[in-house]
Write a protein that binds this ligand. Structure first.
Ligand code: ATP
Length: 205
């Protein structure tokens, strides 16, 4: 009988992908003994309405470049090729069809955990997968409030333990808009892509 696969799911806008995403994936891979981590760029982020998002073609290219050196990290385009709305609770059954006997962990930062009550059907979501959470500096989680809003959440979470990074895509875009190269904030291949395509530059702000 084949061994059950353990799969991490890292959904995000990846505008751009940065070391915070890769560290979240790697820490989860190591601590939860994941066989693979799927990076799932979202086409139209439900949580970021009203904000201009970089074209999905650029974000897909950048995620490919960011993960290219790790054979356990894979790009999955499901969440940018299916019809909207792109909610996580409707994404999971699609992935379940493709990986029927696998165990899923949704990999998220502490900010996403804190905001989980605003997601679509959070109670249903935590029935469909476990959550692996890396605390994020500046995003404190109030477990009492969270448990009241989403009963059962405490037992659905695996807290990842390790260094945390306060890096965010927002800070990287802001840095680039000041005319700087985002060196050492993103993998070199992503920095080169941003440079080549002049993304987030002051003239494009
Ligand atoms: P933005 O600043 O544009 O909102 P972001 O840096 O939060 O973007 P996303 O693509 O929105 O990046 O994040 C996808 C997932 O990765 C989210 O669950 C987020 O919490 C998590 N994440 C991103 N950066 C970090 C980090 N530095 N530490 C822990 N989790 C992170």
């Amino acid at each position: 009988m084949s061994k059950q696969q353990r799969i991490g799911l890292l959904g995000g806008t990846f505008d751009p992908p940065h070391w915070g995403h890769l560290w979240l994936a790697e820490l989860a891979r190591v601590q939860l003994h994941l066989d693979r981590v799927l990076f799932l760029p979202v086409g139209d982020p439900v949580h970021k309405q009203g904000r201009v998002i970089t074209a999905v073609s650029h974000r897909l290219q950048m995620v490919s470049l960011a993960i290219q050196e790790n054979p356990r990290f894979e790009l999955d385009t499901t969440d940018c090729t299916r019809p909207e709305p792109h909610t996580t609770v409707t994404l999971l059954p699609l992935l379940r069809q493709r990986y029927p006997d696998s165990a899923f962990w949704l990999l998220i930062g502490g900010d996403s955990l804190r905001d989980l009550p605003t997601w679509t059907e959070p109670a249903q979501l935590i029935q469909a997968c476990r959550l692996a959470v890396l605390p994020r500096p500046g995003a404190e989680v109030n477990w009492e409030i969270l448990e009241t809003a989403v009963p059962g959440i405490k037992t659905a979470v695996d807290l990842l333990e390790g260094p945390t990074l306060s890096i965010s895509a927002t800070a990287i875009r802001a840095w680039a808009k000041q005319g700087h190269e985002p060196n050492y904030l993103v993998p070199t291949a992503v920095a080169t892509y941003l440079h080549q395509h002049q993304l987030y530059q002051p003239q494009n702000a």
